[in-house]
Design a protein around this ligand. Structure first.
Ligand SMILES: NC(=O)c1ccc[n+]([C@@H]2O[C@H](COP(=O)([O-])OP(=O)(O)OC[C@H]3O[C@@H](n4cnc5c(N)ncnc54)[C@H](OP(=O)(O)O)[C@@H]3O)[C@@H](O)[C@H]2O)c1
Length: 332
């Protein structure tokens, strides 16, 4: 008889209630795969998007178990995989299925070894948000020391890590967040100013904070109605990068004459194809700053696997600050 485990499963796309806790057989790793005893899962918006049928760049078959960005310990490997991987603490970010006691990494070459100094809970959060923020600032926007950046959703994990990265480089940082609670949360990290973009005057506040000059760099993962102001907020030679549109539709295209006469650039970024490799300068810098606590990873709450539907509901009603984590097996 096969060994059984807990797994959140769903048989159709829908709201948080489509997710059910079930007892299912522990999966066996196939050729080139590894099985992970799951410790923690970061509450990444991709899981909520996958649940509701909004992901078209990864295959989803039913019954489906969400859970993308997670950590755990490899406990078995499939044919063709070096068995010294067993027992290693890993970050898995490329295969869903971590809302369960055991997940399968479909391609072991995409597994990341977790630095000895970083705990499993931090490990399921720090990498995606800091890499996204780093590449948006440096690769997409060519941020230079001393420039001014504006970060939308400054109380989210990418905003919090982006603010700390830019401040470490001597930049001035302005954040935007929805509501006083998120404003005060974001202020607890690195931003010089955080404005509430539910208030009518936030555009004027940003301009006043830059003495009317505007900002050099904008990172926007929100889209929606506020994105329309980005162009007016850019200083000459300014750059805005779009990384997503959580708050509504993607922004309208910007007319080429506007780009020419304002001397500005509009860019997009998709991290996965351009992500710096493990062991790169970027990787080592981020690990060092996280492991030594110079950059604080904004983990705000730990939720049991049974309570994941409620967490999805709160995420989708914008009640989560920073990153929540789901405890599956927790620390060994
Ligand atoms: N391009 C890439 O490579 C890449 C990689 C990773 C993530 N992303 C994107 O980056 C963005 C931020 O990611 P994240 O992980 O930081 O996201 P997150 O934790 O889910 O949310 C960040 C912020 O989005 C705001 N928000 C706006 N509308 C929302 C809605 N309808 N539901 C929930 N939150 C909403 C919330 O802040 P306020 O309430 O303060 O507005 C929230 O704090 C997303 O669009 C994500 O898809 C892009």
């Amino acid at each position: 008889m096969s060994q059984m485990m807990r797994a959140i499963q769903m048989d159709a796309f829908g709201g948080p209630d489509v997710m059910e806790m079930r007892e299912v057989p522990v999966p066996e790793p196939g050729p080139g795969q590894a099985r992970i005893h799951v410790a923690y899962v970061g509450m990444n918006p991709f899981d909520a998007m996958a649940r509701s049928g909004k992901i078209d760049f990864m295959p989803i078959t039913f019954p489906f178990t969400p859970g993308l960005e997670h950590t755990g310990i490899v406990d078995a490997v499939g044919e063709g995989v070096d068995d010294t991987l067993v027992g290693k603490r890993v970050i898995s970010r490329s295969s869903f299925g971590a809302y369960a006691d055991y997940s399968i990494a479909h391609n072991v070459s995409l597994l990341l070894m977790l630095d000895d100094r970083i705990d499993l809970k931090t490990g399921c959060v720090y990498r995606g948000c800091s890499f996204t923020a780093w590449h948006a600032l440096y690769e997409a926007c060519r941020l230079k020391p001393g420039e001014t950046c504006l970060l939308h959703s400054a109380a989210g994990p990418i905003g919090i890590m982006g603010a700390q990265i830019a401040k470490s480089d001597g930049c001035a940082v302005i954040g935007l967040a929805g509501g006083p609670d998120k404003v005060s949360f974001a202020k607890g990290y690195a931003a010089d100013h955080v404005f509430d973009y539910n208030a009518d005057v936030w555009v004027e506040d940003v301009m006043a904070a830059t003495n009317g000059r505007g900002v050099d760099v904008i990172v926007d993962g929100n889209g929606g109605p506020n994105a329309a102001h980005n162009i007016d907020l850019l200083a000459p030679k300014g750059r805005v990068v779009y990384i997503g549109a959580t708050a509504g539709p993607m922004p309208d295209p910007v007319a080429i004459p506007t780009l020419i006469f304002k001397n500005i650039s509009v860019v997009g970024m998709n991290l996965a194809p351009i992500e710096d490799a493990p062991g790169s300068n970027t990787d080592r810098t981020i690990i060092e700053n996280v492991a030594t606590g110079v950059w604080r990873v904004p983990i705000t709450e730990e939720v049991a696997l049974e309570d994941v539907a409620d967490l999805h509901r709160r995420l989708e009603s914008r009640q989560v600050r920073g990153r929540a984590v789901i405890r599956v097996g927790g620390d060994p």
